[in-house]
Design a protein around this ligand. Structure first.
Ligand SMILES: NC(=O)C1=CN([C@@H]2O[C@H](COP(=O)(O)OP(=O)(O)OC[C@H]3O[C@@H](n4cnc5c(N)ncnc54)[C@H](O)[C@@H]3O)[C@@H](O)[C@H]2O)C=CC1
Ligand SMILES: O=C(O)[C@@H]1CCC=N1
Length: 265
């Protein structure tokens, strides 16, 4: 069994790092392809057993092929690999790129899996959402699920949900980083040193997220637990509400979802 990753940018490298860390696929069974040879130098120093190529057709001989190129270049890569590929499993992580388009290039019977991962996969804390074409066999599904489960949480969704998934968990890390940066800036404004402020901000977000995931409590209940009558927190919550924090976040996910829909056209 051989795995290829085509496109070793931010997300391709995050997936590779997660696979290497968890040893879910041995590195000597992985071939990676990118047009940039500078990526090769960097990756070969880091992972000595990895096979690297600039030839997508060579990578497309693998059994499972992860396409981690941008939506804007995926058509040209599909053109290249479709000459080689016939019964392999194609895993596309491209935002907005629909099954219909992938089928147009690879055939109606092609085994295609759409996945929307996110960059925290790099540290084993990713969120990946998978959508399978009907022709993918149970054991193939299991194998691909095992890869993404090793990178964090993984779950299945219908294709119609994939744009919203992209807007929320695909793009979401960037929104959360903005929040962390803003928390840290506020700490600095109030006299904390930058290093301390950033650590406090990141651990606060991590701990709060774990409370949501590990307790059965609704976020509103968890918020109420922090919010003492006439205390500090309610003063801050009121300021966030006055500034339209919730509607700004809803608008961010809505715009990201709409952009994913656009990329699919
Ligand atoms: N960055 C993220 O957080 C996430 C990205 N994605 C999806 O992952 C894909 C890649 O995104 P990023 O890693 O952010 O982009 P990126 O620009 O960092 O990486 C793309 C890589 O593809 C390479 N490339 C370009 N043309 C190529 C070709 N013809 N053949 C082989 N390699 C080629 C580039 O050299 C680059 O290394 C996109 O489709 C995006 O929608 C999905 C989930 C999250
Ligand atoms: O910004 C993007 O288009 C990609 C897809 C989801 C996260 N990053």
């Amino acid at each position: 069994m051989k795995l290829a990753i085509i496109g070793l940018g931010n997300m391709g490298q995050a997936i590779l790092a997660g696979i290497a860390e968890k040893e879910v696929v041995p590195l000597d069974k992985i071939i990676v392809a990118d047009k940039r040879t500078t990526v090769q130098n960097k990756l070969q120093t880091k992972y000595s057993n990895l096979q690297f190529t600039t030839d997508n057709k060579k990578a497309a001989q693998a059994d499972y092929i992860i396409l981690a190129v941008k939506p804007q270049v995926i058509r040209s890569v599909l053109e290249e690999i479709r000459e080689v590929n016939n019964k392999q499993i194609i895993i596309s992580i491209a935002a907005g790129v629909k099954m219909k388009l992938l089928n147009r290039y690879l055939g109606e019977e092609a085994k295609i899996i759409r996945v929307m991962p996110n960059t925290p996969a790099l540290v084993g804390a990713g969120m990946s959402v998978l959508n399978f074409s009907a022709s993918v066999l149970a054991e193939e599904k299991d194998f691909v699920q095992s890869i993404f489960a090793a990178l964090g949480l993984s779950k299945e969704a219908s294709e119609e949900d994939m744009d919203a998934v992209t807007g929320l968990s695909g793009s979401g890390p960037a929104f959360v980083y903005l929040f962390i940066e803003a928390l840290a800036d506020a700490g600095v404004l109030k006299g904390l040193n930058r290093e301390t402020a950033l650590q406090l901000a990141a651990q606060t977000v991590k701990g709060s997220a774990e409370m949501v995931l590990k307790t059965d409590k609704h976020p509103a209940e968890l918020k109420d637990m922090v919010t003492s009558p006439a205390g500090t927190t309610i003063a801050g919550v009121a300021a966030l509400e006055a500034a339209g924090f919730r509607s700004a976040v809803i608008e961010a996910v809505t715009k990201a979802t709409e952009r994913s829909e656009e990329l699919g056209k």
